[in-house]
Design a protein around this ligand. Structure first.
Ligand SMILES: NC(=O)c1ccc[n+]([C@@H]2O[C@H](COP(=O)([O-])OP(=O)(O)OC[C@H]3O[C@@H](n4cnc5c(N)ncnc54)[C@H](O)[C@@H]3O)[C@@H](O)[C@H]2O)c1
Length: 339
């Protein structure tokens, strides 16, 4: 069954693919899975590698989720050895997809989920862009695979999610992170900039969540976390972005109602100023250096500093974990106390 990584193979596999496999349009790497949870990062995978990935997923299952009736989130089986147990963490056995994970916040989220045992599908516009994140994860012994996909284009999203579910044999966590800005004062904002920001930041979450829920509903388990923004409350020059990020909050609250009966938690995070290539580009656009721009933002923030991608990733990981099992429909602001 799609989404259940414990059904298709022997309980204990004897090996796993150590080498990196790369083909046009997709690539994946795996070194030393530390536990049995599989995280699905969007963007990687050729059919030709499906067998190797399935073998890897099966091997991961063998580490700790071999008990009959195990389901994602149910915890390790009794057959887990002490050493294996020590290596397990919150996402052992989970597959996660993180969109827009080639850099910035998405890359930090992918790294955090992988660090805690997930197998991550790293999705970005091209698999080549996503590969650096995959390499960083695998260098630390984690598992990840790069996938190329424009999340604003529904047929591309449907195709890549089908590939991920087939190749990793599951999908448990979706992080809707991909986003862009096209800032301008409202009276000067072009219809194109309005539309592209709404499509990439909001319609993409519709596309990916709809594709993911097919697997999640069937398996009665899922975690969806989407990136909103403090700008949802209103921000000069960001009518398009604010509308999209407020839309994420409405979508989140509604999906929590509709998908909750299927044991799917749906939440959002709303970061304030986080130092990433996105904010560096904003600084450049307004004629400032990244450092000056950050300093000004820090002065407006009660904690007197800007945030880091890792500080967003830790909250996303919390919401994607069983630590937040009774949290759904919420938007958590990560903004150093700023308003
Ligand atoms: N940096 C901040 O201060 C901040 C604050 C609040 C919210 N956010 C949100 O966090 C998320 C990540 O922001 P970031 O600062 O890391 O941005 P970033 O620009 O550094 O990274 C965004 C990534 O998304 C990818 N992407 C863009 N369009 C895509 C598409 N159509 N399909 C697939 N991938 C696509 C880009 O290639 C890039 O790798 C965004 O949703 C952003 O709106 C950021």
């Amino acid at each position: 069954m799609a989404g259940r990584i414990d059904r298709d193979g022997p309980a204990a596999a004897t090996g796993h693919p150590r080498a990196s496999h790369r083909t046009a349009g997709s690539s994946w790497s795996g070194r030393r899975p530390r536990a049995a949870r599989v995280i699905f990062l969007a963007g990687a995978g050729e059919r030709g590698n499906a067998g190797a990935l399935r073998g890897w997923a099966t091997m991961c299952v063998g580490v700790g989720q071999d008990a009959p009736g195990w389901r994602p989130g149910a915890g390790p089986s009794a057959s887990v050895t002490r050493k294996q147990e020590q290596n397990m963490s919150r996402f052992t056995g989970k597959v996660a997809v993180v969109t827009g994970a080639a850099q910035g916040i998405g890359a930090a989220i992918a790294a955090r989920l992988a660090e805690e045992g997930a197998a991550v599908a790293v999705v970005d516009l091209t698999a080549e862009r996503a590969q650096a994140t995959v390499d960083a994860i695998t260098a630390k012994g984690g598992l990840a695979r790069a996938y190329g996909c424009d999340v604003a284009v529904k047929p591309e999203v449907e195709a890549v999610f089908e590939r991920v579910a087939a190749e990793l044999n599951g999908l448990h966590i979706l992080v809707n992170n991909a986003g862009i800005t096209r800032d301008n004062l409202f009276f000067k904002m072009s219809a194109e900039d309005w539309s592209s920001v709404l499509t990439v930041n909001l319609t993409s979450a519709f596309n990916c969540s709809q594709a993911a829920q097919k697997v999640m509903v069937a398996q009665r388990y899922g975690k969806i976390v989407s990136l909103s923004s403090r700008s949802a409350l209103g921000n000069r020059g960001q009518a398009n972005y604010a509308a999209a990020k407020a839309g994420i909050q409405g979508l989140t609250a509604t999906l929590a109602i509709e998908l909750g009966p299927y044991n799917i938690n749906v939440n959002a995070v709303a970061p304030g100023y986080i130092a990433t290539p996105m904010t560096a580009a904003t600084a450049e656009r307004v004629g400032s250096s990244a450092e000056e721009h950050q300093k000004a933002a820090a002065e407006r923030t009660p904690l007197r500093r800007v945030g880091t991608p890792e500080e967003v990733a830790s909250v996303v990981a919390f919401l994607a974990s069983e630590d937040a099992s009774y949290v759904s429909g919420q938007t958590i602001y990560i903004n150093g106390g700023a308003r």
